[in-house]
Ligand binder design. Structure first.
Ligand code: SF4
Ligand code: ZN
Ligand code: ZN
Length: 314
C-alpha cells in the first residue's frame, strides 16, 4: 500500500510531529521550518539581530541550520557563514568542502579559518598531547570553536552567532551537566545566551528539533553534507551511556527530550543564581578577547601546544 500525505494526498516520504503524521516532501519541509520559526519566536532568538554569523561544520545539523535560516529569514537578516578547519585528518577537509558548497549554492558570504595556518596547532595535535593541554580533546575543540566564532563575529560585526545544536545534543548536555554537578555549564545551554562583555550572543534555532528531523530535512532538500563521524568522538563513558538512555526513554514517549529540555530551560535555569560568573567580563592580556582570568583558555591551550620546544604542527 502506498502511503499518502495527510495534508495533500501526494506520496508520503516521512512522518512528523507528535501524531507521527505521514507527509510528502513539500509538507515535511514546511512542517520543519514552522517548528524552527516557532522556536525562534518562543525564545526571541533574532531579537536585535541584523547580521548573523552562522557556524557551519558541514555536517547535517549545521547544513540544515544554514538552509532553514536562509529560507525563513532571507532579506530580513544578513547571514555570514563561518567554517573552521580543525585539522582532524581525513575529517576536516571534506567537512570544510561541504560547508563551502552550501555557502556557495546559497550565495552566502563566508570565512574559512584554518587552525594550523592561523594559530599553529590542530585538534589532532591537541589529542596527541592531551597530557600537555590537560583537557580531553572535545573540551579543547569546544573552547577553540567558541573562541574562533566569537573572534570572527566581532570582526564581521555580527549581532549573534547561530550554531546547529539540536534537541538531542542539548538534552544530552543538560543531563550530563546535572549528572556531573556542572551547574555553571547548564546555564549556557539555553536557546539564546545574551551578550556579556565582548562575548557575542549565541543562538540555537534547532534547539527543539531532533537529529533525525534535521537529517530528513537536509536529505529532502538535497543539500550536500558530510556523513562521517569525527574520529575523536568519545565511544565510551558517560556521554554514550546517557545518550542511549535518552533514546530508550524517547522510544516510550516521543516528546520526552523536548519536555525535559524545555522544563529545565523554563523552570530550572532561571532559578540558578550565578554570582561567580565572570566569563567574558575580563580581557585576555595576550589576545584581548574575553577571559575569566588574565589569560583566556584558548591562549593557554595555544601556548601549551605551540611554545613547547619539541612540538608544533606535525
Ligand atoms: Fe571536536 Fe570532539 Fe566534535 Fe570531534 S567530536 S568535532 S573533537 S567536539
Ligand atoms: Zn503533502
Ligand atoms: Zn587570549
Amino acid at each position: 500500500m502506498r502511503l499518502r500525505c495527510r495534508i495533500c494526498g501526494e506520496r508520503a516520504v516521512a512522518r512528523a510531529g507528535p501524531g507521527r503524521r505521514y507527509l510528502c516532501a513539500r509538507h515535511y519541509l514546511e512542517h520543519f521550518e514552522r517548528r524552527v520559526a516557532k522556536t525562534v519566536e518562543k525564545y526571541r532568538l533574532l531579537r536585535g539581530v541584523r547580521r548573523l554569523l552562522v557556524a557551519v561544520s558541514g555536517g547535517k545539523d549545521s547544513v540544515a541550520l544554514l538552509h532553514v535560516l536562509h529560507r525563513l529569514y532571507r532579506g530580513r537578516v544578513e547571514l555570514v557563514g563561518l567554517t573552521i578547519d580543525l585539522g582532524i585528518e581525513g575529517y576536516s577537509t571534506p567537512q570544510v568542502e561541504f560547508a563551502r558548497r552550501n555557502f556557495e549554492a546559497l550565495g552566502i558570504d563566508y570565512r574559512v579559518v584554518g587552525l594550523a595556518e592561523e594559530y599553529g596547532f590542530t585538534i589532532d595535535l591537541a589529542s596527541r598531547r592531551r597530557r600537555l593541554v590537560r583537557r580531553p580533546t572535545c573540551s579543547v575543540c569546544g573552547i577553540v570553536k567558541r573562541y574562533v566564532m566569537n573572534r570572527i563575529a566581532i570582526e564581521v560585526g555580527a549581532d549573534a552567532i547561530a550554531t546547529g545544536h539540536n534537541l538531542d545534543d542539548l538534552s544530552l548536555f543538560t543531563l550530563m551537566s546535572i549528572a556531573q554537578g556542572r551547574i555553571d555549564d547548564l546555564v549556557k545551554l539555553v536557546p539564546r545566551t545574551e551578550k556579556m562583555g565582548a562575548l557575542v550572543p549565541r543562538i540555537r534555532p534547532l534547539a527543539l528539533v531532533s537529529g533525525k528531523e534535521t537529517l530528513t530535512y537536509v536529505v529532502l532538500l538535497g543539500a550536500p553534507f558530510h556523513h562521517e563521524n569525527c574520529p575523536h568522538a568519545p565511544s565510551d563513558g558517560l556521554r554514550p551511556e546517557l545518550s542511549a538512555m535518552l533514546e530508550r526513554l524517547e522510544d516510550r514517549n516521543l516528546e520526552f527530550r523536548k519536555m525535559m529540555y524545555t522544563n529545565i530551560v523554563s523552570n530550572l535555569i532561571p532559578r540558578i543564581s550565578r554570582p561567580d560568573d565572570k566569563a567574558g567580563t575580563g580581557t585576555c592580556t595576550i589576545c584581548g578577547m574575553p577571559a575569566s582570568g588574565k589569560i583566556c583558555s584558548f591562549c593557554r591551550i595555544r601556548m601549551r601546544l605551540t611554545e613547547h620546544p619539541k612540538i608544533g604542527v606535525e
